[in-house]
Ligand binder design. Structure first.
Ligand SMILES: Nc1ncnc2c1ncn2[C@@H]1O[C@H](COP(=O)(O)OP(=O)(O)O)[C@@H](O)[C@H]1O
Ligand SMILES: [Mg+2]
Length: 307
């Protein structure tokens, strides 16, 4: 086994598609047994970054290692040893779960195929459904099949690209239980998602917008670093209140969440003065408040014409 400290350790990755600079100076570390969430708006370069990490796409510049292999010179080993679940994972609709897994095991040229497939079925709770056709599975089971397929080779690094998009909440919870079990056994995971509840279940997060990595760390540290104070405001016409409050410089952000308005900024005294006469409470700044803030500022700072 190749010795490594970080399952992913890359510096300054860049990728252009034509003259579009879609991943800019990306540096990322993922430790052994760590689940890192990859978040950011659509078109920000998450999939492109993941494809560079698993050896499918060559970065235009940058250096680093995945599972201890050099991304520039050992992409074959990386491709072989990393489990990659694509954004639109594919399987054969007319094959059963077992046949799908068996097919993948053949492609991988695994020895002892029956045993490997039985084991994967068992681990992911698919045994009782093994003869069911893939096309008849619900979203949650399809996704479990895809995870089983990418676990066949027992990868020590999983790169999961929006694996839970469109999957119902209960299946997503089961999926996360499985991920945490895998992580506890030393598997490292980089997973892109748009779900905030999933972001909160990651050990660490990396937030990317328009190709720029804007924050990396635990949810708590990312929230603290931005230094935002947030208030929940209630009222009759939140849209009007929001527009009115947003005119003040001290209020850097207003976001409607259902029947409340979140108002954030860096100077709590100034905000409280502005909010006088409104019904408001100070609340902890959430991850979602911070991501919206990071995205908005990134648009202001970098523009989005070059993505
Ligand atoms: N093969 C490609 N050729 C040209 N442009 C691409 C290609 N793949 C992705 N892009 C562009 O790169 C940007 C980043 O895309 P992507 O990595 O898929 O972002 P995300 O996964 O965060 O939604 C987008 O503007 C997308 O249109
Ligand atoms: Mg994507």
């Amino acid at each position: 086994m190749n010795p490594y400290k970080y399952a992913i350790d890359v510096q300054g990755l860049n990728k252009y598609f034509g003259d579009k600079h879609v991943v800019k100076d990306l540096s990322l570390q993922v430790s052994r047994g760590e689940i890192v969430g990859f978040l950011g708006p659509n078109g920000s370069g998450k999939t492109t970054a993941i494809r560079m990490l698993c050896g499918l796409l060559t970065p235009d510049s940058g250096t680093g290692h995945c599972l201890g292999y050099d991304i520039a010179t050992q992409s074959d080993a990386i491709k072989r040893e990393v489990g990659y679940m694509t954004q639109k994972f594919s399987y054969w609709e007319d094959l059963s779960i077992r046949e799908n897994l068996d097919f993948v095991a053949r492609v991988y040229e695994l020895a002892n195929r029956k045993h490997v497939v039985d084991e994967a079925l068992e681990t992911l709770g698919l045994t009782s459904r093994s003869s069911q056709l893939a096309r008849s599975l619900s979203g949650g089971w399809k996704q479990r099949l895809a995870l089983a397929a990418c676990m066949l080779r027992h990868p020590r690094l999983l790169l999961l690209d929006e694996p839970t998009a469109g999957v119902d909440p209960s299946a997503r919870r089961d999926f996360w239980e499985e991920l945490h079990e895998l992580a506890a056994s030393g598997v490292s995971v980089l997973i892109s998602t748009h779900y905030m509840d999933e972001a909160e279940r990651c050990h660490k997060l990396a937030y990317i917008a328009y190709g720029n990595l804007l924050a990396q760390g635990s949810a708590k540290s990312i929230i603290q670093t931005q230094g935002l104070y947030t208030y929940e405001v209630r009222g009759e016409n939140l849209m009007n209140i929001s527009k009115f409050l947003a005119q003040n410089d001290a209020i850097e952000q207003t976001v409607i969440f259902g029947s409340t308005l979140h108002v954030s900024g860096k100077n709590p005294q100034a905000i409280e003065t502005i909010l006088e006469g409104h019904r408001y409470t100070a609340i902890p700044t959430s991850l979602e408040d911070v991501f919206i803030y990071l995205m908005k500022n990134s648009k202001d700072n970098f523009g989005d014409e070059n993505v």
